[in-house]
Design a protein around this ligand. Structure first.
Ligand SMILES: Cc1cc2nc3c(=O)[nH]c(=O)nc-3n(C[C@H](O)[C@H](O)[C@H](O)COP(=O)(O)O)c2cc1C
Length: 380
C-alpha cells in the first residue's frame, strides 16, 4: 500500500523543536507515550540488538531535579544571551529565546523522556553506539507529532550526565543520548523552515561535485556541472567579507584576479570588474566579470565573460556558525563557451571525463583559495 506522501512529507517537514508551544497544563497519557515508543522501536539497530532504554519521568520533584541540572549547565548563558539578542534581528534570536524559555519551564512540561542506550562510545571515531539510537529517538518525535504532541531535541543536560545518572539511578555503562520534553502542542500548525536546498549540499560522484540539472551520473556540460569547496574559519563574517570582496586577493594563494580592477563603481549587483588570470596551461588572460550578487557579509557572486551566457559563475558565501564562519566557494561551468568547451568539441566522446577532470583540477585551486583566506583571517 502506497503512502499519502503529502501527509508523510508534511509530518517530516513540520516536526519542529517545540519549546514555546508546549501545553504545560494538559496531561499526557502513558499509553500515548508507550505507543510512540513502540513505533520508534521499529527503527534500525546495529546487529538487530535491542539496546535502547527509555526513561519516562513525570514526578514533579524528579523533573525539578533534572531541570535544575539542565539549567546548571547553560541556563544562565541562555538567559543572558537571549536578553542580549532581544530585538536585534540576529539569525539566532528566536532560537535562543525559545531555548531559554524551555530551560526556565522544563519542570513544568508534563513528561520528560530520556533516551538511553546500553554501551559506551568506544572512541573509534565511527558513530558507533549513537547510530543505533538517534533514529529511534527521532521516530519517537515524529510519532508524537502525528498524534498532536510535540517535543524538542535537547542535550544541554549532558554536561551534567553523571549527576543525572545519579538522580535517576542509571547504571554505569549506559549512555544518555537525548532528553525529550513531551507535551500536547498549543495548536497543531507548524511550518517547514528555510534550510539549504538539496542541490546545494549534495555532491555527485565525488566530494564537492554539483550539477544544476539532474544527471543520473557524471555530468555533461549542458547540465551545469560545478564544484563547491568549504572551510570553517575562526573569524567574523565582517572580517571575511573584506577578504572575499577584495578582487585583488593576495596572489600567494590564488592566481585569480591578479591586477584586477573595477570597471564600475561602487561595487554592487550589475557592476563589472576586469579580472586578470593566469595558469600554466593557458598562460595569461583577461575577462570581464559581472557581479550577480553583492550582499555584504553574506554573498559575493559574479559571472565571467558574459552576463547572459557566462563561461562560468562563481560565488563566495558566508554562513555564521557558533564561534566561526563557514566559507563556501562555489563555481558552475557554462553555459557560455570557454577553453573547456573547445576541448570538448575536439573529443566529444570524452565529454563526461573531461568535465570530471576539470572539476577535480578546480577543486585543488579552489581549496587553495579558501585555505589561503582562512590563513589570512586567522593569523590576526
Ligand atoms: C544535537 C542537538 C542538540 C540540541 N540541544 C538543544 C538543547 O540542549 N536545548 C534546546 O533548547 N534545544 C536544543 N536543540 C534544538 C535546536 O535548538 C533546534 O533544533 C533548532 O532550534 C532548530 O529548530 P527546529 O528543530 O524547529 O528546526 C538541539 C538540537 C540538536 C540537533
Amino acid at each position: 500500500m502506497s503512502f499519502n506522501t503529502n501527509e508523510t512529507d508534511r509530518l517530516l517537514s513540520t516536526t519542529r523543536s517545540v519549546k514555546n508551544r508546549l501545553d504545560l497544563e494538559r496531561e499526557v497519557s502513558e499509553e500515548l507515550i508507550l505507543d510512540c515508543i513502540d513505533i520508534a522501536e521499529q527503527a534500525p539497530t546495529g546487529g538487530n540488538q535491542s539496546s535502547r532504554r527509555w526513561l519516562v519521568i513525570r514526578d514533579p520533584e524528579t523533573k525539578k531535579g533534572i531541570a535544575d541540572l539542565y539549567r546548571e549547565v547553560g541556563g544562565k548563558f541562555l538567559k543572558e544571551h537571549s536578553e542580549r539578542l532581544d530585538g536585534t534581528g540576529h539569525h539566532n534570536e528566536k532560537t535562543i529565546k525559545a531555548s531559554s524559555y524551555l530551560a526556565e519551564h522544563l519542570e513544568e512540561v508534563p513528561v520528560l523522556v530520556l533516551v538511553t542506550i546500553y554501551g559506551e562510545h568506544d572512541g573509534s571515531g565511527r558513530p558507533g553506539l549513537f547510530d543505533s539510537v538517534i533514529q529511534a529517538a527521532w521516530s519517537f518525535c515524529l510519532a508524537l507529532r502525528s498524534r498532536g504532541l510535540g517535543s524538542a531535541w535537547t542535550t544541554m543536560h549532558l554536561g551534567n550526565a553523571e549527576k543525572i545518572a545519579e538522580l535517576l539511578n542509571i547504571p554505569e555503562g549506559v549512555t544518555q543520548i537525548v532528553l525529550l520534553p513531551v507535551a500536547h502542542t498549543l495548536g497543531d500548525e507548524f511550518s517547514p523552515v528555510s534550510r539549504d536546498s538539496a542541490r546545494e549540499i549534495t555532491w555527485f560522484e565525488g566530494w564537492g561535485k554539483t550539477t544544476k540539472k539532474p544527471t543520473n551520473g557524471l555530468a555533461l556540460f549542458q547540465d551545469g556541472p560545478g564544484l563547491t569547496v568549504e572551510t570553517d574559519i575562526k573569524a567574523t563574517p565582517e572580517r571575511l567579507w573584506d577578504l572575499i570582496s577584495d578582487i585583488n586577493l593576495p596572489s600567494n594563494f590564488s592566481n585569480e584576479f591578479e591586477g584586477a580592477e573595477w570597471l564600475d563603481e561602487p561595487p554592487q549587483e550589475g557592476a563589472r570588474f576586469k579580472g586578470r588570470n593566469k595558469n600554466e596551461k593557458i598562460g595569461e588572460w583577461e575577462v570581464t566579470c559581472y557581479i550577480k550578487s553583492f550582499e555584504p557579509n553574506k554573498v559575493f557572486a559574479w559571472a565571467a565573460g558574459n552576463i547572459e551566457k557566462p563561461a562560468a559563475t562563481w560565488e563566495f558565501r558566508l554562513t555564521p556558525l557558533a564561534g566561526a564562519t563557514r566559507l563556501s566557494f562555489a563555481m558552475v561551468l557554462g553555459p557560455g563557451p570557454s577553453g573547456l568547451t573547445r576541448i570538448i568539441e575536439q573529443t566529444p566522446e570524452s565529454e563526461k571525463k573531461i568535465i570530471s577532470n576539470r572539476q577535480r583540477d578546480q577543486y585543488v585551486n579552489m581549496r587553495r583559495t579558501v585555505e589561503g583566506i582562512k590563513e589570512l583571517a586567522e593569523q590576526e
